[in-house]
Design a protein around this ligand. Structure first.
Ligand SMILES: [Zn+2]
Length: 265
């Protein structure tokens, strides 16, 4: 995963009243939250050829102004999962930009009273002029855990991932639940075992669709692996040489797997 913080080079700011100059950074998304890249796989250099729905200034990156732009279009737009394979830098800031794009699209009307919302002058917030409800970008906490038993790592095959053979146990935090409770519950639900020595490692913003992934390690305590056959098809213990790695090293999942492999050397 990316070790360097985006915020070393990024100064957060927000406005709808600043327009891009020729040298600025344009994250142009279509309605399917796909990112525009030109023939050289670079970001858009101008908005001249687009039908722009909205354009929001989101701060300065490496001294240049960055914008989230939503447009109509299908050609030359790419799923962020594919873009992320290209470079870590792209992941860094496109991942933030798409969350701003999603937030603005999803809160143009108040969820409580259906009145058109108004953008705040300073904060990244949409407010309802009728009932006062404030709408901030929404982030969903999720957990991912690398469970080990001696020199083996537990991985499971999810029914919703065609392209991933086995992955670490992961899931969203439910309302009213602590992060730690979420880990124990997900592990029990998905593979039917108890864990101990749960330790937080690090986190990663993961915009698929809007997760904040909290990465943990844990040790096997008791129970036999039992999967539901619905969400989880199979689960088993892997020695380090048996693990099939992802193509990309960009995710916290890959980082946790790497930590496991390094620790068994
Ligand atoms: Zn309202």
């Amino acid at each position: 995963m990316i070790e360097k913080s985006l915020y070393e080079n990024y100064h957060i700011d927000f406005s709808e009243n600043i327009t891009p100059d020729s040298d600025d950074i344009l994250f142009v998304f279509n309605e399917n939250r796909e990112l525009y890249l030109d023939n050289d796989q670079k970001l858009a250099k101008s908005l001249d050829d687009f039908n722009v729905n909205f354009c929001l200034y989101i701060g300065d990156y490496n001294g240049k102004k960055a914008f989230v732009v939503n447009v109509d279009g299908e050609k030359s737009f790419y799923n962020l999962m594919d873009v992320y394979e290209l470079s870590h830098d792209m992941y860094h800031i496109a991942g933030k930009a798409v969350l701003v794009n999603d937030w603005y699209i999803s809160h143009r009307f108040c969820g409580r009273c259906a009145t058109p919302t108004q953008i705040d002058e300073k904060d990244m917030m949409l407010i309802c002029p009728k009932c006062g409800q404030m709408h901030y970008p929404r982030i969903a906490p999720a957990i991912i855990v690398a469970i080990r038993n001696d020199d083996q790592l537990l991985m499971a095959k999810h029914s919703y991932h065609d392209n991933i053979r086995y992955a670490l146990i992961a899931g969203f935090v439910e309302p009213g639940e602590s992060i730690e409770e979420a880990v124990h519950r997900e592990v029990m639900e998905e593979v039917g075992i108890k864990i101990r020595n749960l330790k937080y490692q690090r986190s990663q913003s993961w915009p698929f669709p809007n997760s904040l992934m909290l990465g943990f390690t844990a040790e096997y305590e008791s129970g036999n692996i039992k999967v539901d056959g619905d969400e989880i098809l199979k689960a088993k213990w892997f020695k380090k040489d048996e693990i099939i790695r992802y193509a990309s090293d960009i995710s916290i999942s890959d980082w946790l797997i790497q930590q496991f492999i390094d620790s068994t050397d």
